[in-house]
Design a protein around this ligand. Sequence first.
Ligand code: NAD
Ligand code: UDP
Ligand code: UDP
Length: 460
Amino acid sequence: MTLPRIFYILFLFVFFTLTIIFTNYHNLSSSKQDDDDQQRERYKYEVINDNNNNFVVVNNQQQQQQQSNNNTKLFMTIEKLQNEIEQLRSRLEMIESKNVVVVDDDQRNRHSDKLSSNRKYFQKTKSLPYSEKKRILITGGAGFVGSHLLDRLLFDGHEVIVADNFYTGRRSNIEHWFGHPNFELLHHDIVNPLYVEVDEIYHLASPASPPHYMMNAVKTIKTNTMGTINMLGLAKRVGARILVASTSEIYGDPAVHPQSESYWGNVNPIGPRSCYDEGKRVAEALTYAYAKQENLNVRVARIFNTYGPRMHANDGRVVSNFISQAIQHKPLTIYGNGNQTRSFQYISDLIEGLVRLMNSNYSQPINLGNPDELTIENLAKIILNLVHSDNQNDNKKQQPDNHHKYIDYQSAKQDDPRRRRPDINLANSILNWYPNITLIDGLSKTIDYFRFELKRSLGG
Ligand code: NAD
Ligand code: UDP
Ligand code: UDP
């Protein structure tokens, strides 16, 4: 072997040895780097919130532990919530099934002391399939008419929201539904906007008795104008059908008798009744402006004098005044000579008419009233007879035949309409509706209610 050759081989040997040594060293050092990184990562410290609002210093290992603790806690919370939902659902089912005890109004009134106070008693309501169940808003639902309408719509199986500011309405009119799954109460003044999602609106909010609507005339106008705009705006936004409660008062002191829907009325625009009469006339005008301009689906009921249980004993209307005066042996107050006439319909007839109108295809105004017309003096005599004829133990019995002794004639009220009687041919032909409760039957039921209420209010 020559010397250069030996050098060449030696060179190659040294070169390869050095290459191997270098590569190994590099691998070693990078794996050490990795190990160091992992070590560093494992022991990296962080400040975290431990969920109890304490800030603690933890390393990564602890952090992972913390994370898995958090997950466990989250699962436990979800489980707890699911349990609570289950409990609520079964409580709801209990209300709907076991706790629904069927009692009628009379039973509730007469046996209220015997009904368990720990249990909520609901009258049985229909169960409607989802496709037929509507969500309905009643404005003024805590009032006389509204509360009866609420009963009817809940019995029919719908969901009902009542919006009322309790200006003339009362909780006692609707409290028998508190807690029912289909009922919701909103303490709300409709002069302010209202945002709810509904299929239908019965817009009834407005004081209705003359002393009530005259008490704050400006508010009455606001409720019937601004309040009605809000309800029409709501109907427009959600595409709901809206029924607006108008009144026979839009005919004023009528020059046409009986009053049909085609009569335009005779209203004093600046008299004491104008806040109500003109308010309702504007409400009608607004309703038809929205119908034309916004293609709104509207109904307008012109309601004539209505009476029945849940009228306020102090609302100043003639039926409530006469009945409470007669029961308390006070003289019945007649304003004027008593020759003015009215036609009185019982509340259940009105409710039937309102529901039929809402469900009809008719969008023009329609009269709802009982055409059975009588003078106010006659009404006083009938009430005196009814109140005292069935009161066997009444020592201070009034003598209805000698009624002049028991009537107090006072001065006539300004702008008091002299005659009023609805022409209900339209309602009859379009809605197939006719009132069927006679004055005597309706008054008897109302007298029973007032006896009970007055006894309760006097603590008897
Ligand atoms: P009501 O006074 O017993 O009931 C009216 C209800 O509306 C009350 O609950 C009251 O608190 C509420 N209300 C008044 N202003 C409100 C407001 N700004 N926001 C929210 N709620 C308000 O009267 P009612 O006899 O039940 O009359 C109901 C409707 O029927 C009224 O629109 C009335 O004009 C009309 N109407 C009634 C008769 C009748 O003889 N009862 C006749 C004609 C028309
Ligand atoms: N409004 C309401 N609830 C709704 C929608 C509207 O109370 O869900 C009110 C709103 O405050 C408005 C009124 O209804 O002032 C009339 O509404 P509309 O849309 O006709 O009029 P605009 O909002 O254009 O004035
Ligand atoms: N009225 C009466 N005595 C009363 C209350 C009312 O004579 O205690 C008269 C009133 O003047 C009107 C009629 O009864 O002529 C009906 O009055 P209500 O207030 O019930 O309703 P209106 O139809 O006037 O809105």
